[in-house]
Design a protein around this ligand. Structure first.
Ligand SMILES: Cc1ncc(COP(=O)(O)O)c(C=O)c1O
Length: 478
């Protein structure tokens, strides 16, 4: 049952009091009762506005302007039955007990589902895909592949871009092209999506996990130093949740120990480190265009590098290891990690709107921050002074000792209001695939236990973010 105390008003109260109460809530509706709590009428924002325009006075009683012909549900019915009363016009229905007193309310927001992310495909996506179909260029050759790759390099100011079938294959390809293999070790942060470590295993090398920094939640540079052995061949800084890693010290360590640097930019397209976009800071940057990413091609990825020799090896391994000069002549045992022209068509259309997507994300992030910053027990994400954080998923930390509820309880309450959330990635060292690695990971363990991602997709409006923030405030203050 919902707490409806904030929606109840005695019908003898003044219109002014009703306006104040409406202003404090977010439903925009009051349930007007007599002194005994029996429902007499409904009052919405709109009712008050119309009444004032028709000459009502702020000191008039609510009962003179309330809507007496209201529809109600019955507490004896199931919530599902009561929800069926709602439609596009009836957005809130009071639920009455046998004495006619409102004890609950069902609202359209319960039917409304706010997913964690939804891609926006409202640009040239359809037009470009239709063009692929009409011209029958649907496989891994065609103008959109080159167009997308060129546009991607241009977006990064320089470098050579090569489309892949996913972010995972981009990472695997990068490691293979850099010569990582059996007996090698690759340092990976303990918190990331599993693909970052899985691909290391698929080269025959071993991922070595390190803890993350408490501020950026990306690879902790001190831990990186401590993890290097004579077998270490590469380091994979992951720009987690859209926050760039502190790359200067990582590059310095890599240079000192002759390590390759594979940036995992899957979640960070457009993020910047000291004014430079991520992806060209190490040897190679790998991006993902899965549907929940900043731009999408459905499934898809990209590798980006400034190194011509490396680019040639990436192309070779991506295309079955086949020679460009001789048909069906395999120079190395490669892969088919190509993207289709259809996917690239979507990717190009998406990239045309990236500035808009990132600006919209900034507005959503500001809204979340303003709504949540004063709630003791909720820690909003930090951004280092040198970073442009693109907040792939806006992830808060829930501190149960202060808040009184834990992450799971908060997630459950938000779910009841149609708001999808996600716990952040669990630490890799604790997962069945990777259990048994020594080490101390206090920060990743804490973040994994308390981090909760809120809806942050490209279609999320400021109003929706405001609604999510307000629902969090209500839940934690209940
Ligand atoms: C950090 C990170 N690395 C790699 C990947 C793998 O990308 P994909 O799903 O495109 O294979 C993802 C996301 O899915 C990711 O979040």
């Amino acid at each position: 049952m919902r707490d409806i105390t904030g929606n109840l008003i005695i019908s003898g109260s003044t219109v002014k009091a009703a306006m104040q109460q409406l202003n404090e809530g977010i439903d925009g509706i009051l349930l007007c009762t007599d002194e005994d709590g029996v429902m007499q009428g409904l009052l919405t924002d709109g009712d008050v506005r119309r009444a004032l325009l028709q000459g009502a006075d702020l000191s008039d009683p609510v009962k003179s302007i309330m809507n007496r012909a209201f529809i109600s549900g019955n507490v004896e019915n199931s919530r599902e039955e009561n929800l069926k009363i709602l439609d596009s016009v009836i957005r809130h229905v009071p639920i009455l007990d046998s004495a006619g007193k409102p004890v609950d309310m069902v609202s359209w927001s319960e039917l409304w589902r706010l997913p964690i992310t939804t891609p926006s495909l409202a640009g040239n996506e359809l037009k470009y895909v239709a063009d692929c179909i009409e011209t029958v260029w649907i496989s891994s050759q065609g103008g959109y592949i080159e167009g997308f790759q060129n546009a991607f390099s241009a977006y990064h100011g320089s470098g050579m871009a090569l489309c892949t079938s996913s972010g995972t294959t981009a990472l695997h390809l990068a490691l293979v092209a850099l010569g990582i293999g059996p007996g090698d070790e690759v340092v990976v942060p303990d918190i990331t999506f599993g693909a970052s470590a899985n691909v290391v295993v698929h080269t025959g090398a071993r991922p070595v996990f390190v803890d993350v920094h408490p501020e950026t939640l990306t690879m902790d540079v001190q831990c990186l130093k401590g993890a290097i052995t004579e077998n270490t061949k590469a380091v994979m800084p992951v720009h987690l949740y859209g926050h760039p890693c502190d790359m200067d010290p990582i590059i310095e360590i890599a240079q000192n120990y002759d390590l390759r640097v594979v940036e995992d930019c899957a979640e960070a397209l457009g993020a910047e480190y000291k004014g430079q976009k991520v992806g060209l800071l190490g040897d190679v940057g790998c991006f993902s265009f899965f549907a929940n990413k900043v731009i999408t091609t459905g499934e898809g990825g990209m590798v980006l590098t400034k190194d011509h020799d490396l680019f040639d090896r990436l192309s070779l391994y991506r295309d079955h290891g086949m020679s460009k000069d001789r048909k069906y002549w395999h120079l190395v045992p490669g892969f088919n990690y190509r993207m289709t022209n259809l996917q690239a068509a979507v990717g190009l259309a998406q990239l045309e709107r990236i500035d808009h997507f990132l600006q919209q994300r900034d507005r959503v992030v500001d809204t979340y921050y303003n709504r949540l910053k004063d709630i003791a027990g909720i820690k909003t994400p930090l951004t280092a002074s040198w970073a442009r954080n693109i907040h792939w998923l806006y992830s808060i930390i829930v501190i149960p000792e202060i808040l009184g509820i834990d992450r799971e309880e908060l997630a459950l309450e938000l779910h009841k209001h149609g708001i999808e959330t996600r716990p952040v990635f669990p630490p890799l060292h604790a997962q069945p695939a990777y259990r048994g690695q020594d080490g101390s990971f206090p920060t990743s363990e804490y973040f994994a236990a308390h981090g909760l991602s809120l809806p942050t997709g490209n279609t999320l409006s400021v109003q929706e973010a405001d609604h999510v923030g307000e629902m969090i405030r209500r839940v934690v203050q209940a």
